[in-house]
Design a protein around this ligand. Structure first.
Ligand SMILES: [Zn+2]
Length: 236
């Protein structure tokens, strides 16, 4: 039985979503996570009660092969939990933290400040999709951390690895309704990740609901502008 459980690679935990999930059920689910060492996909969306920083610590410690994790609307998840994921799940490719309102992008442990978003960027080099929809406490600091980590990692990369690395990095970032962010910080992220686009059709940097971010634009806007200025002016 135990060995069968440990072979599970994908799971959506509906039972945790129930508001009536008892403490016993939650403990059993945490114990189950401890044997799921091959888990690749985990959907805990709406599991407010169970998905805590403690649960993420368990996941980070045991599920090192995890590639996709949905923590949507898990209001008890904070930056300490994100740090656990960053250090424990190096293969993470998609992380949805939408509605995790406790997340700011950094946390204070003892006398030190730790950047959870920079930990994600530095340790999860395959991270392609990050959902921060309605993380209304996420700050510019997190955006600058993300942008600078990208530049720093690029410089430290071997020449032969650089091309591969250029193809990676974020291809989807949802910061809709992150109303605390300002245009320069988001523009820095957009400039650092060439696969992020605000242009219609590609639309992979999602900023809807942030009226102050309408000036943020992807590289396509510059290219279009340059192409337009290169055209011969019509004769008057
Ligand atoms: Zn574009």
């Amino acid at each position: 039985m135990l060995s069968r459980l440990s072979q599970i690679t994908a799971m959506t935990c509906r039972i945790w979503t129930s508001a009536r999930a008892s403490s016993l059920v939650i403990v059993l689910c945490l114990l189950w996570l401890m044997v799921c060492r091959k888990l690749k996909y985990l959907n805990l969306c709406g599991c407010v009660k169970a998905a805590s920083d403690k649960a993420l610590k368990t996941i980070g410690y045991n599920c090192r092969q995890l590639q996709s994790l949905n923590l949507g609307w898990c209001e008890n998840v904070g930056d300490v939990g994100v740090m656990s994921l960053a250090y424990g799940c190096p293969d993470l490719r998609a992380l949805d933290l939408c509605g995790c309102v406790l997340i700011t992008g950094y946390c204070i442990i003892g006398d030190s400040i730790y950047d959870s978003v920079i930990a994600l960027a530095n340790n999860c080099l395959h991270l392609r999709s990050l959902g921060l929809y309605y993380c209304q406490n996420i700050t510019d600091r997190a955006m600058y951390s993300l942008a600078h980590s990208r530049v720093k990692n690029k410089h430290e990369m071997w020449e032969s690895m650089k091309n591969r690395y250029m193809e990676e990095g974020l291809v989807n970032l949802n910061i809709s309704q992150c109303t605390a962010l300002t245009p320069p910080a988001v523009q820095a992220v957009c400039d650092s990740f060439p696969s992020l686009h605000t242009c219609s059709g590609r639309h992979s940097l999602i900023i809807s609901g942030c009226l102050n971010l309408t000036s943020v634009h992807c590289a396509c806007a510059d290219l279009a502008h340059r192409a337009a200025s290169a055209l011969p002016h019509p004769a008057h």
